[in-house]
Design a protein around this ligand. Structure first.
Ligand SMILES: Cc1cc2nc3c(=O)[nH]c(=O)nc-3n(C[C@H](O)[C@H](O)[C@H](O)COP(=O)(O)OP(=O)(O)OC[C@H]3O[C@@H](n4cnc5c(N)ncnc54)[C@H](O)[C@@H]3O)c2cc1C
Length: 398
């Protein structure tokens, strides 16, 4: 009979071990390190200033030079040819900028406006828009929402009417991220109001086209480093070559786009929540009350336990769904679940982190209140909680 040594018999939990997820390999680790280094060195130091001014366009140029704007784009268009997980790495690491607005402005470009150009664009459109977008020389935005139609995408009124070799576009879009700085817009229009879901068409439009009007810069609760625009289109004439994808199939094209947008938003929520958790954990170790660190009160300890469990559950949903997405599946139900859950827990975590900070949590100086304000958008943008619940419920035939 063998006698177990002390080290064999006393198996201890590995709380300090790095928990690497199976979707990431060494290449992703290296990418994570290089993006993280860049974000901490070149972006984070400006976070406060950019809350006042919005972040400068030069961030796109710099990220283009570093190859960060086309991580999963084909190499023939200047991309890095990586997998979808590279986009997750970017979404996670950019939270180190401490600027939700910056992260959103970049994500709109990399994961919302340019993927439809890659998937549906003609060769000419890819050369004209995708290549400079990946280089950071052209900035993009995405126009779905209108003053009278947000959740109800099918209710949009922006009309594109064919006139010879051109289309004439009239209408407006609101809450458009990057709308002021963008060089081009992926624009959702109605081309046939009587054709139901088959009456929508996407266009790729240069923002210097006559009739493209930047009406207003909108003032927001959070995400201050991003610019948000109200746009109008007044007899804006574009060539028929500006159609992106198929005429009449724009609704399906944009529903596809929204899945990537929701998943990357969910990844950002998890990473942002984790960051807020980490900073608050440090605070709870240092802050003393009644003769001990506040983190050692059972009430506070349990708050951390609840937050960690929420973050971990959302992370697993995001990673597993991303794995399915990367494998070519179209897991709309799971993406909706991940988006719903990650957005909710991020706001809950940010709220609890403010509570644990006490008065300091309410002060701008500590940055926690900003996380709450920035995160709050995620329960609304890219499809509200209620719409996610509806998509999930309907997926069961209800
Ligand atoms: C900062 C910011 C940036 C944004 N960036 C962009 C962008 O770049 N491009 C873009 O196109 N859009 C953008 N949006 C718009 C965003 O996607 C919409 O605000 C969102 O989809 C909700 O639409 P809405 O604001 O019109 O709300 P509404 O659709 O008017 O909804 C109002 C309320 O009614 C609920 N509701 C609506 N329909 C239902 C239903 N069927 N069942 C139950 N409840 C329902 C909603 O959940 C919500 O609570 C941005 C928004 C913000 C705030």
């Amino acid at each position: 009979m063998s006698t177990a040594t002390t080290s064999d018999a006393v198996i201890k939990p590995d709380f300090a071990a790095q928990r690497k997820h199976f979707i990431f390999n060494e290449h992703h680790d290296q990418l994570r390190e290089s993006i993280g280094r860049f974000v901490e060195k070149e972006l984070a130091p400006h976070a406060e200033e950019w809350e006042e001014t919005t972040f400068p366009d030069s961030v796109f140029k710099r990220m283009g030079e570093l190859g960060f704007l086309g991580l999963s784009m084909p190499e023939e268009y200047g991309g890095q040819g990586g997998d979808y997980f590279c986009n997750l790495v970017l979404a996670e690491e950019i939270t180190k900028s401490n600027s939700g607005g910056l992260a959103m402005g970049i994500a709109v470009h990399t994961d919302m406006a340019t993927p439809p150009v890659k998937l549906f664009g003609s060769e000419e459109q890819k050369q004209r828009y995708l290549v400079p977008a990946i280089r950071g020389e052209k900035i993009s935005c995405l126009g779905i929402t209108e003053p009278d139609a947000g959740s109800d995408v099918a209710g949009i009124r922006t009309r594109a009417v064919r006139d010879g070799d051109e289309y004439v576009i009239n209408g407006s879009k609101t809450y458009i991220t990057n709308g002021h700085r963008a060089d081009f817009i992926v624009l959702v229009t109605k081309t046939d109001p009587d054709a139901g879901y088959d009456g929508f068409t996407l266009f790729l439009v240069d923002t210097d086209t006559p009739g493209f009007i930047r009406e207003k810069k909108l003032v927001k609760l959070g995400m201050h480093a991003s610019d948000t625009a109200l746009l109008a289109f007044n007899d804006m004439r574009v060539s028929a070559n500006a159609v992106l994808g198929e005429v009449g199939k724009g609704f399906y094209h944009i529903m596809w786009e929204l899945q990537g947008e929701r998943l990357i938003g969910a990844a950002g929520c998890v990473a942002g929540a984790q960051r807020c958790f980490d900073r608050t954990l440090q605070y709870a170790m240092e802050r003393k009350a009644f003769g001990r660190s506040i983190g050692h009160f059972q009430v506070i300890r349990h708050k951390f336990a609840e937050m960690a469990t929420k973050i971990e559950s959302a992370r697993q949903m995001v990673y597993t769904t991303a794995w399915r997405f990367n494998n070519g599946e179209y897991p709309v139900r799971e993406i909706s679940m991940a988006k719903l859950h990650a957005s909710r827990i991020a706001v809950e975590v940010a709220d609890e982190c403010i509570q644990i900070h006490g008065g300091a949590g309410y002060m701008k100086e500590y940055g926690v209140e900003r996380v709450w304000r920035d995160m709050r958008l995620n329960r609304i943008g890219a499809g509200t909680d209620e719409i996610m619940l509806d998509v999930i419920g309907r997926s069961y035939g209800l």
